[in-house]
Design a protein around this ligand. Structure first.
Ligand code: GTP
Length: 219
């Protein structure tokens, strides 16, 4: 079973108009050993392989969703260290990403704190997005209920209070939950792009109107 919160109504895909290929850059962040690589590999290959090593990489994955070609570029980051520096996100990462998957382990309170810091950091970097940058918070390792230290409620509340999506999943147990996470983020990214386009259109109209009316006033 997957626990889920949708921050907004689902994106109307008709908003994007043409049938061009869509490319999205997705950055996975979170503390050490929470399952970032496990999520990435599950999404790319449908498999859970158990051990992943400590490799940072960007993978490309093409898919066809609702008749449209989608290219997912997935950056599986490594966390430099737990503790003080764990919540850091580089400017390059912020610049690159269209959307974020912030992963914690439901068995590790410290990893939940890291996600809290990372949400704040992303929310502060507003220049790139007109609204809130799309973020999905993921509580991973849901199969380890007996070791749970972060309740579903805590995860859900954090997501609601910061306008993020929220899922609890087990990358070890199912492919479906992981797929839902990436597809929900794709929807949010497309919605954010449509809003950005709309905002640019409105700005253009306002500029044209003030050019006309502004000139009239000075005549
Ligand atoms: N039980 C369980 N174990 C998991 C799950 N996801 C990942 N793991 C295990 O957790 C450990 C760490 O997983 P990784 O995917 O390497 O974690 P990471 O966040 O990429 O770690 P770093 O690259 O060190 O930052 C591995 O032993 C995985 O097999 C899960 O859903 N359930």
């Amino acid at each position: 079973m997957v626990v889920q919160v949708n921050p907004r109504t689902r994106h109307n895909k008709a908003m994007e108009g043409s049938q061009q290929k869509v490319e999205v850059n997705i950055l996975l962040l979170g503390a050490e050993s929470v399952g970032k690589s496990a999520l990435t590999v599950r999404f790319l290959t449908r498999r859970f392989i158990g051990e992943y090593g400590n490799i940072e990489s960007i993978y490309s994955h093409n898919d066809r969703i609702d008749g449209r070609e989608i290219c997912f570029n997935v950056w599986d980051s490594i966390c430099p260290q737990n503790g003080e520096g764990a919540g850091l996100i580089s400017d390059r990462q912020l610049q690159w990403a269209d959307g974020f998957i912030l992963v914690y382990s439901i068995c590790d309170c410290a990893s939940f704190n890291v996600v809290q810091q990372q949400v704040q950091r992303i929310r502060q970097a507003k220049s790139k997005f007109p609204g809130a940058p799309p973020i999905i918070i993921v509580g991973n390792k849901r199969d380890l209920q007996h070791r749970r230290t972060v309740s579903s409620e805590e995860g859900r509340l954090l997501a609601l209070s910061t306008d993020c999506g929220f899922f609890e999943i087990s990358a070890a147990e199912t492919y479906h939950g992981v797929l839902l996470v990436f597809h929900e983020l794709l929807d949010l990214i497309r919605e954010a792009r449509a809003l950005k386009k709309g905002a640019a259109g409105i700005k253009g109209i306002v500029r044209s109107m003030s050019a006309v009316f502004g000139r009239k006033r000075t005549e």
